[in-house]
Design a protein. Sequence first.
Length: 90
Amino acid sequence: CGNFDGDSANDDRLQVRTRVGRTGVPQEELLFKTKTPVVAANRPNINDCPATKLDEAKAYCRAQEGGKLIPSMGCLVDYCFAGKGFAMNG
């Protein structure tokens, strides 16, 4: 989802979301005729967690959950938005 300017530094997930927004490409800019609606929920979104913090959360949650390959979304969201102490309380 980069912008093809050759600068991978501005292709970070959060920077792309800043450019495109939370609901994706505007209807008038779509390549196809239809678009799957994006519903913005009133809760923390893991896509808003900075990459370095999300990497920390994944490592922490994997360890807390017995080495599971894919940690639970609840643990990741807790770690990213409420902190490690909150994630420890499950």
